[in-house]
Design a protein around this ligand. Structure first.
Ligand SMILES: NC(=O)c1ccc[n+]([C@@H]2O[C@H](COP(=O)([O-])OP(=O)(O)OC[C@H]3O[C@@H](n4cnc5c(N)ncnc54)[C@H](O)[C@@H]3O)[C@@H](O)[C@H]2O)c1
Length: 386
């Protein structure tokens, strides 16, 4: 077995605990250091996880043991941090979004390509057991030709929750002002867009409606610079499938997916759990269809292609659902791609395409999508038998 690849985390905020706690799931990764421009945060995080802290980004990039930089900074810092790591010859895995504009994201993708470096981007839930199971079922034709998708990414009415009290395990406060300024589309839409663009090919057209429905989320803050808190969009994919995707921080928590095909319906209840169950409804045989409300069989569990066996259990608060995601799996995919000299499944070209869709989603109207990406390959353990 090869030596583990040295990984440095840049940004020791709320999400960083999820990475530190899932890196041990992947023997090809070794956390060699962390850095945050907030020195107190870096020190607290370093102490909590027992990973040394670098004093500066320059020190981090001067350390030869750092092969992959994991960019966990706030979205507005993503492009600068990724660019400096690539310029220093490091592979990068970036949290979503890759950048805040398509032009900036394209510049990063081209920089990585020109230097022969791997740039991967989150979210990596497409590599999860649930997504791989749904994808395999689609390739296997269990619902026939997929026609229509309904995807929900509602996070609950956050402004009615005690969001200012939420802290990560190592003590980072949940960055609510940043979250409200970036908005649920840029924060969350990629969780399903990565799946859908992998399943159905690049999107060609987006028709959307977006609005900031509740600007007064934070006492004493006007919210005039907050992003839309409600976005709904209909997308057309290369395969011909149509999807309606809704993101909000208003409606009660719902992260369900339904894929409607000619021969049945696949359903996932939760995309923030890599091992969430999948159900299948097939058509009632023609001769038994008695009425319009009895054309589908009751849902039955559709077995995962393999058990979701990884270490990560996290609960934001006693009231909130378990978010069970193996965050470091995307970093491990970058390491494997580098070792095996192949393209990473968490491809930056796909992330650029998804960013173009999301920016179109936050406008009102119809937008043609220009970017495309090479098809992603399923995980080997989810391949169909030859
Ligand atoms: N909060 C979540 O639950 C969550 C979940 C999944 C993904 N994410 C994503 O993770 C990323 C980080 O989110 P977060 O919630 O951890 O934010 P955060 O504000 O809690 O943490 C970001 C950290 O990055 C540091 N930072 C910013 N710019 C920097 C720079 N140039 N150099 C060094 N450090 C810098 C900040 O000081 C801060 O400590 C975002 O892209 C977000 O979309 C967040």
């Amino acid at each position: 077995m090869q030596h583990a690849m040295g990984v440095a985390l840049v940004g020791c905020g709320y999400v960083a605990d999820y990475y530190a706690s899932t890196i041990p799931n992947h023997p090809q990764l070794k956390a060699v250091g962390v850095y945050d421009r907030n020195a107190v945060r870096a020190a607290d995080f370093s102490r909590h996880h027992g990973i040394p802290a670098f004093a500066s980004m320059a020190d981090l990039l001067a350390d030869e043991s750092v092969r992959i930089v994991v960019n966990l900074t706030n979205p507005r810092s993503h492009a600068d941090v990724t660019r400096s790591a690539l310029e220093a010859g490091r592979h990068v895995y970036s949290e979503k979004p890759l950048a805040l504009s398509v032009a900036e994201a394209r510049e990063l993708v081209e920089l990585a390509e020109s230097r022969g470096l791997t740039l991967g981007a989150g979210p990596c839930s497409l590599l999860g057991e649930t997504a791989q199971t749904v994808w395999r079922a689609l390739r296997d034709g269990v619902v026939g030709r997929p026609r229509l998708v309904y995807a929900e990414l509602d996070d609950g009415a956050i402004h009615q929750m005690p969001y200012w009290t939420w802290t990560s395990e190592s003590g980072a406060p949940w960055p609510y002002l940043d979250e409200f300024r970036v908005g649920p589309a840029l924060e969350h839409a990629a969780y399903y867009l990565n799946w859908l663009t992998a399943f159905f090919g690049p999107a060609t057209e987006v028709t959307s409606f977006s609005a900031l429905v509740v600007p007064g989320k934070v006492p004493g803050v006007t919210g005039s610079d907050f992003a839309p808190d409600f976005t709904t969009a209909t997308l057309r994919f290369t395969s011909g499938a149509i999807a309606r995707l809704t993101c909000s921080t208003l409606a009660p928590e719902d992260r369900a997916l339904r894929i409607v095909g000619d021969d049945g319906v696949l359903r996932v209840a939760e995309c923030w759990d890599y091992g969430a169950g999948v159900t299948l409804q097939t058509l009632v045989p023609d001769e038994q269809r008695e009425s319009s409300d009895h054309y589908l069989e009751p849902p039955v569990p559709f077995p995962l292609v393999r058990p979701a066996d990884y270490r990560h259990r996290y609960k934001k608060s006693p009231e909130q659902d378990l978010h069970d995601m193996d965050f470091a799996r995307g970093v491990a995919e970058v390491a494997d791609a580098v070792i095996e000299r192949r393209a990473a499944r968490v491809s930056a070209r796909q992330a650029l395409h998804v960013l173009e869709i999301i920016l179109a989603m936050t406008e009102c109207g119809t937008t043609k999508i220009e970017s495309t990406f090479e098809p992603v390959t399923p995980m080997p353990w989810a391949a169909l038998p030859a």
